[in-house]
Design a protein around this ligand. Sequence first.
Ligand code: NDP
Length: 474
Amino acid sequence: MEARLFVGGQWVEGGTRIEVRNKYSGEVVGTIPEARREDVQAAAEAAQRGAAAMAELPAHRRGEILGKAAELIRERKEEFARTIAAEAGKALKYARIEVDRAVSTFTVASEEAKRVHGETVPMDAVPAGEGYFGFWVRRPVGVVAAITPFNFPLNLVAHKVAPALAAGNAVVLKPASTTPLTAVLLCQVLEEAGLPAGALNLVVGPGSTVGEWLVTDPRVAKVSFTGSPPVGRRITEIAGVKKVTLELGNTSPVVVAPDVDLDFVARRCAVGAYYNSGQVCISVQRIYATREAYDSFLDRFVQASQAMVVGDPLDERVDVGPMIDEREARRIEAWVEEALAGGARVLTGHRRERAVYWPTVLTDVKPEMKVVAQEAFAPVASVIRSEDFEQALEQANATEYGLQAAVFTRDVDRVFRAIRKLNFGGVIVNDTPAYRADHMPYGGVRGSGIGREGVRYAIEEMTNIQMVVIRTGS
Ligand code: NDP
């Protein structure tokens, strides 16, 4: 694909072309121009005009456009899935699921576009409010900068673009430089769906230049970022007075009580740990099994890990493709080496060929090891023995992150203790922390970020409350 940037409703050239490669074969699958400073400025200006046009569009029209976009994504499902599999290295079966989820995200947004509203305020609840009538409405913020990571090049873009448009905003989108082609397809879809010119703009290039120009542009009213914690911190430092949503990393824990079907739990944990080569912000990383469950769980989990088919993501049978690049695969290989040198044991995996790293199970790890304390973002999971359920909850909670955590148990008292104890944006019971439905509130506490996505909740973050007070004269 010889792609272009999308600015003010036009497909335009920019600076030198970036090559986008198939992450498994290394073959070039497309090129796209890198945006220069003037391209980013033109995109921000176009978005300002787009925002004015969007604010004039009635809710039913916004809903219709988003609904049409959902339909067009469904029609082009295979093209989207193959593009994701090639440029992100995601196994085709999971790339198809990502496309289905993006259809859901746009469908929900088409419905939520018609439900952006405020409420009345009982002004006379205080003496100063007597004789006044009050209500508030939600107003679009204007221009939203959407900065997205490589690991879900469609659905994480959808989680910013769809609610922004549903609320009547315009967007400048900067996808990860490694995976811009899926974003190009999405812009084509929205153009065909009838979106006004300038309502969605696409710029591509490194975060350190293009990303920062966008974050600091005074025309941008809101930055919605999904990516790594260091970049998230940098954005809060340079954004200035803007609304900021940050969806960052996690070291997702799972607590396994002995009262569950350990075969099922092991299989679910393996999928949660290894799909997309563990490059998922809620990927299973730390599994705390209670003393009674530990041995049986570990056996089953090793078996389930070994059952994963590793290889070319475009092969229908494959579960685990390459990581985003060889450097990342070498990075996790070094982390595992470090853990082994510190006394950890590897039970399966720890094999690398170019960017492919095999599903790896560790045990006898220590809390301070990188594979436990930092976001692994790789197909590596550690199984840790806990004395009992209470200790497992303590260990799960002992992290600087707080996106999602999970517990497996059939005991309702344990479920409620877990809900109270776990300081995470989401607690999943009887499935893994990797579970997400696209309309639920989703986001982290502590080092995992600020704000929530999940269409309706993103709309709240992408609008301002405008209060109206009317003196009634009586
Ligand atoms: P990065 O933080 O490296 O990049 C994310 C995006 O930010 C890319 O588009 C990148 O551009 C851009 N960027 C990089 N530096 C800057 C900067 N200084 N200013 C503005 N933008 C910048 O993350 P990855 O792409 O490697 O994604 C992995 C991370 O994303 C993991 O930590 C993961 O946990 C997190 N994530 C969180 C999710 C959540 O919902 N909480 C979901 C999915 C992932 P470029 O790459 O082109 O340089």
